[in-house]
Structures are given as structure tokens and as C-alpha cells.
Design a binder for this molecule. Sequence first.
Ligand code: AQP
Length: 332
Amino acid sequence: MKRSLTGLQPTNFLHIGNYIGAVQPAVALQSDTQLLMMIVDYHAITMPQDPKELRKNILSAAATYLGCGIDPAKTILFQQSRIAEHMELAWILQCVAKMGEAERMTQYKDKAKKAEGAKGAEGASVGLFTYPILMAADILLYDTEIVPVGEDQKQHVELARDLAIRFNRDFGETFVVPEPKIRAEGARIMALDDGTKKMSKSAPSAKSYIALTDDADTIRKKIMSAVTDSGTEIRTDRNRPAITNLLTIFSVATGRSIESIELAYVGKGYGDFKKDLAEAVVEYLGPIRGRILNFAADETELKRILAEGAEKAKGMAAFKMNKVRQRVGVTL
Ligand code: AQP
């Protein structure tokens, strides 16, 4: 069986963009690949986190994965920080990666702008800069072939590929070279309050995203207040990112093609469109929300599932690290 792996940061409640871009594709991979699903808590601390909130968010991420359909009988569901080999391999890969490569990562540039009182890169943590290399370690440690991610993470998976190829060339065949798996539609869901920015869990305004735990009324309110572009037509257009984004969400939530939705709203206004979109999203997320809340109510069970996942992941990671240490020349 091929191996696939994905991870999400427990930085807040997961949103519909995370679900469409990363979780749903991962759930679909469970039947024909060995999926590893991580809660990447050590990625989360690259930006300041309140420890109490982080702990809550880790458990809520576990409940969310399960509510979205991750099945612990098939999938190894675990917390990244439980497996010290991720950090060990990240160090070795930091010594393989080049400064220029790390500096080209666009997510680092974007997030550094938001760091520490907008001091830019000066105020960003060093961890934010090396984050993509830790992500490469997460992937390469498990001989991952497929990495289902949203569009924003494509560059990081490409870095993991480059590091695997370079390590294999310099130290001998060790790592599988992974492939990103990015869905054709919905790989980049944009913020509801700004069609030019991607939807983000850590956005300052909760109006910009639909959390998977939002109730029906909150979803309706957020969609009704979503920005739309100038003009009145309901159709996709590169220059009208907000309405294009709403059409994409409508299409993914209902399984209808964008063209058929555009056709259905010819001559109708944004109000009708948004009302129907809100109902479609409520229907799409409602059952997931119910399951998330059920799983979230049993902390003991969540911890048990995570501990079981960590034990399985640990065995795989330890095996790989033994080989890596030998290749690098530190095993005597
Ligand atoms: N807007 C999005 N549309 C589609 N996919 C998305 N992903 C994130 N945002 C969108 C995908 O979700 C996975 C989890 O990403 P992450 O938690 O590691 O961090 P991120 O990419 O930085 O996501 P957020 O939501 O923007 O979190 P914060 O605000 O904490 O930085 C990835 O596969 C990502 O592609």
C-alpha cells in the first residue's frame, strides 16, 4: 500500500478551507493508502500560542479529524510532538537545506509580516523560518509518497522533494521522494471578508472564516456578510475573486459544477445566491459538526486514540532515523 501523510496546525478551530483543501482529500485516501494524519503542534508554536489554548486546540483538532471521517482503525492519527525523531531529522535536513531555499518560501514571508508587532522578519521566530524543513522531516520520516495539501503548501512539499533527492544523492538512497496531491477545485479557499487573502484559522476576524464547529446561524450570518465584488453578475472571473470564491464553495458543498450554478443564478441577485449558499454550507457541514462535538466530549478517548497512534508512528520513525544516522555517519 502507498503511504500518504498530512498535518494541520492546532492554531484554532479548523475551517472550511482546511476541510476542503486538506482533510477531505486525506479522508478519501484512507481506503487505498496507509494514511498518517498528524496534529502538527510543533509547527503551531512557530507563532506565539497560549499554552492553555494550545492544549485545547490539540484535543479539538483530534475530535475534528475524527468528526471529518478519519478512522483510527485505518489511519495513524497522532501528535507530532510525541515523536522526537521529527525534530532530530529536521536538524539533519537543516544542514542539507540552503539558506536561499528557505528564504524563497512565500508562506514564511507572509507570516513574518504578521509576527511580533509587524516588525517583519526581524520579529519572526527562527522556527517560522525553518518550519518548512520540519515539515520536510515530517514527510520524509515515514516514506510518504502522497501528501494531500492545499495550494499554499505546494512549495513546502516541493522543498521536501528537493531535500530528499539531495540527501539520497549525497548519502545514498534513503528517502522516498513525495508528491503533493492538490485538488483541482477548492485547493485555495479565500477569506470571506477579503477575496484576495486565503482563509486562515489565525485571521484576526472570525467573520473571515467558517469554522467546522460554527452552528447553522453563525454560518448564515457569516455568508450573508461575506464581501462580494463590484458588479451584479454571479459568475467566476479572475478579477472578481470574492464571488469566484463563493461559487467555488457552493460547487464543492453541493457537488454541482460551477457552470450549472452560474446558469441557475442568471438574472438573480447576490441576496438570493448567498441565502442558497448558506443553506448549502449548513447542510454540508452540519453532520460533521455534530460528530466533532460528540468526539470532543470524550477527552479520555481522544487521548487514548492519540497515544495509540503515537506508538505506531514511533516505531516507523525510529526505524527510519536509525538508517539516517548511519547514512550521515554518526552511528559508531
Ligand atoms: N484557505 C485554504 N484553502 C484550502 N486549503 C487550505 N489549507 C489551509 N488554508 C487553506 C490547507 O490546510 C492544511 C492545514 O494547514 P496548516 O494548519 O498547516 O496551516 P496553514 O496552511 O497556514 O492554514 P491556516 O488555516 O492558514 O492556518 P494558520 O492561520 O494557523 O496559519 C494545509 O494542507 C493547507 O494547505
